[in-house]
Write a protein that binds this ligand. Structure first.
Ligand SMILES: Nc1ncnc2c1ncn2[C@@H]1O[C@H](COP(=O)(O)OP(=O)(O)OP(=O)(O)O)[C@@H](O)[C@H]1O
Ligand SMILES: [Mg+2]
Length: 601
C-alpha cells in the first residue's frame, strides 16, 4: 500500500512540476461530476412545480437543470482538455526520465540480472502507460465524487434506499470471476500467442526473410501463423461467452433491487411521506447506483495495476540512486599515467552467476605500453576490458591506477580518459559524420577530424562509397538511409575509437575481426607506433585479438586462460617459454602456410 501511495505521489509531483497551472485546473473537473444528484434534485423541483402549478418552483427546476448541464459541459470539456494535455506531458516527462535513468546507470549489471531486465523491459513496453495512469487516477477521483454524491442524495430522500447498494455490489464478485476466467484463458493462450508472435516476426524479419525465400517457406510460416493465432483466440472467446451470461444474471439481480426501490418510493408517496418530485428524484438516482458504486471500485482496481507501472519507475529511481551512490568515486581521474595499472588479486563473477569469469588475477600493465590479450573464446579477455572501463566492479580484489584504487575514481571522469572499440560495437544510425564523431562529442561536427580518424582506422573508403559522403544517413529503415556491411560498421566503430585526442587507456577488443589478417596487422603496427610516440602521457593500449600476426608486435602479451593469466611477456620470450602461446602461435602460423614446414620457435 505504501508503494502505491508513493506511486500516486510520484504522478502528482510530476504533474505539478511539469505544468502547475493545468494541474491546479484539474480540480475543477470533479465539481461537474456532481451532476447526477443536482440533476435529480432540480428534476424533482420541476415535477413538484408542475403538479402544484407553482411557476417559481418550475422555473427554479428548469434553471437548475440548465445550469447543471452547462456545468457538466464546461467541467467535462475543460477537464478533459486539461487532462489530455497534462497526461501527455506527464507521460513524456516520465518516459524521458526512464531513458535518462537507464542510460545514466553507471554500470551494466542491470543488463545481466533477469529480474532487473524484466522490470526494465516492462517499463520500456509500458511507456505511455505512466501518463495514462495519471488520467486513470483523476478519473477514479471523479467517479468517487459521482458515487458518494449519488448515495448521499439518495440517503437524503430516505436512508432505506441505501439497501440498493448490496444489489449493485454483486457486480464485483461477478467481475472477479470474469477476471479469473480471463486470466486462466490468457494463461492457456499465452504460449500460442508467443508462437504466433514469433511466426509473425519471422515474416517481417530481414535475416529470416532471406532463408524463407531460399527454402520456399513463406506459405508454411504464414499457415502456421494463422493457425497459432486462431488457436490463441479460442480460450478467450469461450470465456467471453460465459462472462456475458454471468453479466446478464447480475443485471437481473440489480433490476429486482431497483424494482423494490421504485415500489418503496411509490408506497411512501401513497402514505404522504414523499412528494412526486422526490419519487422522480429517487428513481433517477436509483438507476445510477450501480455505476456509482461499481465504477470507483472497478477503476481503483485498474488504477492499482497502473500504479504498479509507476511503482516500477520508483524502483528504477531507487536503483539508479543506489548504483550511483555505490559508484560515487570522488577522486579525480589522473591526467597522465606514470606507473601504470595493477590488478591486485582481482576476481570477478557476472551478476546472477556463480561461475568465476576471472579468478585471482594479479598483473601489472606498465604506463606507455601496448598490451595484447590473447586466449580462447570465453577465456575472460572482454571481461578485463569491462572491468577497466568500470562497466562492472571486481567481486574481489582491486584495480590500481598509478596506485589509486580505480573504484574510488569519479566514474565519469575516468571514462572521459578512455576510448574504445568494443567487441559488441554499437551501430549508431546517425549521419555518418555523427556516427564516427560521437567518439569525441566536442568535435562531433568537425569534418577533417572525422575523416582523419576514419583514415587511421583504415575506413576512409567507406565514406567514399556513401552517396552523400559524411552526411549520409546510416540505417536502411530511415528515409534515404543506407545500410552498411558488418565490416563497414566495424570500421566506423574503430574510427570512433580513434576520435578522442588524448585518452589514457584505449581498448581495441577485436575491432577488426572482419578485416583480413594482413590489413589488421598493418593497422595496428601503425597505431602502436603512434601510441608509443605519445608516451609522455603514459597512455596504455589494450588490444584483444585472435591473430598472432597482430599480437606479436605488442610490448606485453597476456595469455588468458580459464579466467586467469597463464603467461605474460614479450613475443620472443613467450615463444621461448614454449607454453600455450607458443603452441597457438605455431598452429596459426602453420595454418597460414599449409605447405610450409612448421615454424620452430
Ligand atoms: N554478461 C555475461 N553474463 C554472464 N556471463 C558472462 C557474461 N559475459 C561473459 N560471460 C562469461 O564470462 C566468461 C568470460 O567471457 P569474456 O567475454 O570475457 O570472454 P572472451 O575471452 O572475451 O571471449 P571471446 O574471445 O569469445 O570474446 C565466459 O565464460 C562467458 O560465458
Ligand atoms: Mg571477448
Amino acid at each position: 500500500m505504501r508503494e502505491q501511495w508513493r506511486a500516486v505521489l510520484l504522478l502528482v509531483r510530476t504533474a505539478w512540476r511539469t505544468d502547475p497551472w493545468r494541474s491546479a485546473g484539474l480540480l475543477l473537473e470533479p465539481i461537474s461530476f456532481l451532476r447526477f444528484p443536482l440533476f435529480a434534485w432540480f428534476l424533482g423541483f420541476m415535477v413538484d412545480g408542475a403538479l402544484r402549478h407553482d411557476a417559481r418552483l418550475l422555473a427554479t427546476g428548469a434553471a437548475g437543470i440548465t445550469a447543471t448541464r452547462v456545468l457538466w459541459f464546461l467541467g467535462r470539456w475543460t477537464g478533459s482538455w486539461i487532462r489530455n494535455r497534462l497526461t501527455e506531458e506527464v507521460g513524456f516527462a516520465l518516459d524521458r526520465e526512464i531513458a535518462s535513468l537507464s542510460s545514466g546507470l553507471p554500470g551494466l549489471e542491470h543488463h545481466e540480472r533477469p529480474e532487473y531486465q524484466d522490470r526494465l523491459e516492462m517499463l520500456r513496453q509500458q511507456q505511455g502507460v505512466l501518463g495514462s495512469s495519471l488520467n486513470t487516477l483523476i478519473y477514479t477521483g471523479n467517479t468517487v465524487v459521482t458515487g458518494v454524491s449519488t448515495l448521499a442524495a439518495l440517503a437524503f430522500v430516505s436512508p432505506w434506499l441505501l439497501l440498493l447498494v448490496p444489489f449493485a455490489l454483486t457486480a464485483l464478485p461477478i467481475a472477479a470471476v470474469q477476471q479469473r476466467w480471463l486470466r486462466e484463458a490468457e494463461g492457456l493462450s499465452a504460449p500460442l500467442h508467443r508462437r504466433a508472435r514469433h511466426l509473425q516476426a519471422l515474416t517481417v524479419d530481414r535475416g529470416a526473410g532471406m532463408e524463407l525465400r531460399v527454402f520456399g517457406l513463406e506459405n508454411e510460416v504464414l499457415d502456421r501463423f494463422r493457425h497459432a493465432a486462431a488457436e490463441a483466440q479460442r480460450p478467450v472467446l469461450r470465456v467471453a461467452r460465459r462472462g456475458a451470461l454471468l453479466d446478464a444474471a447480475g443485471d437481473l439481480l440489480f433490476l429486482a433491487g431497483f424494482a423494490g426501490a421504485v415500489a418503496f418510493m411509490l408506497w411512501r408517496a401513497r402514505q404522504g411521506q414523499a412528494t412526486a418530485g422526490q419519487v422522480v428524484m429517487a428513481v433517477y438516482l436509483a438507476q445510477q447506483v450501480r455505476s456509482g458504486v461499481v465504477e470507483p471500485i472497478r477503476l481503483a482496481g485498474f488504477l492499482g495495476e497502473m500504479l504498479r507501472a509507476a511503482g516500477r519507475m520508483l524502483w528504477l529511481q531507487d536503483y539508479a540512486r543506489e548504483m550511483s551512490a555505490a559508484r560515487a568515486g570522488t577522486v579525480a581521474a589522473p591526467e597522465r599515467l606514470v606507473d601504470g595499472i595493477v590488478f591486485d588479486r582481482v576476481s570477478f563473477r557476472y551478476p546472477g552467476t556463480d561461475r568465476w569469469a576471472l579468478r585471482d588475477v594479479s598483473l601489472r600493465i606498465p604506463a606507455g605500453s601496448v598490451v595484447a590479450l590473447v586466449g580462447e573464446n570465453g577465456a575472460g579477455k572482454t571481461t578485463i576490458v569491462k572491468l577497466l572501463s568500470r562497466m562492472y566492479e571486481p567481486t574481489e580484489g582491486r584495480i590500481l591506477v598509478d596506485g589509486v584504487d580505480l573504484a574510488t575514481l569519479e566514474v565519469g571522469a575516468w571514462r572521459r580518459r578512455l576510448s574504445a572499440a568494443f567487441q559488441d560495437f554499437a551501430r549508431f544510425e546517425f549521419a555518418a559524420q555523427h556516427t564516427v564523431g560521437a567518439g569525441d562529442l566536442a568535435r562531433v561536427d568537425d569534418r577533417p577530424s572525422v575523416r582523419a580518424a576514419l583514415e587511421r582506422a583504415g575506413g576512409g573508403h567507406v565514406l567514399d562509397t556513401l552517396p552523400g559522403g559524411v552526411d549520409t544517413q546510416l540505417g536502411a529503415r530511415w528515409d534515404g538511409g543506407v545500410d552498411l556491411s558488418t565490416g563497414q560498421w566495424q570500421k566506423l566503430a574503430l574510427g570512433r575509437a580513434l576520435m578522442r585526442m588524448d585518452p589514457l587507456v584505449v581498448f581495441f577488443d577485436e575491432p577488426t575481426a572482419s578485416l583480413d589478417a594482413l590489413a589488421e596487422h598493418a593497422l595496428f603496427a601503425r597505431y602502436a607506433r603512434e601510441a608509443r610516440s605519445g608516451t609522455e602521457r603514459g597512455a596504455i593500449t589494450l588490444l584483444v585479438s585472435h591473430r598472432f600476426s597482430t599480437v606479436r608486435s605488442a610490448d606485453l602479451i597476456l595469455v588468458i586462460s580459464g579466467g586467469g593469466v597463464s603467461e605474460l611477456g614479450g613475443h620472443d620470450e613467450l615463444l621461448r617459454h614454449g607454453g600455450l602461446y607458443a603452441q597457438l602461435y605455431l598452429m596459426q602460423a602453420n595454418a597460414y602456410q599449409p605447405d610450409a614446414e612448421p615454424v620452430a620457435p
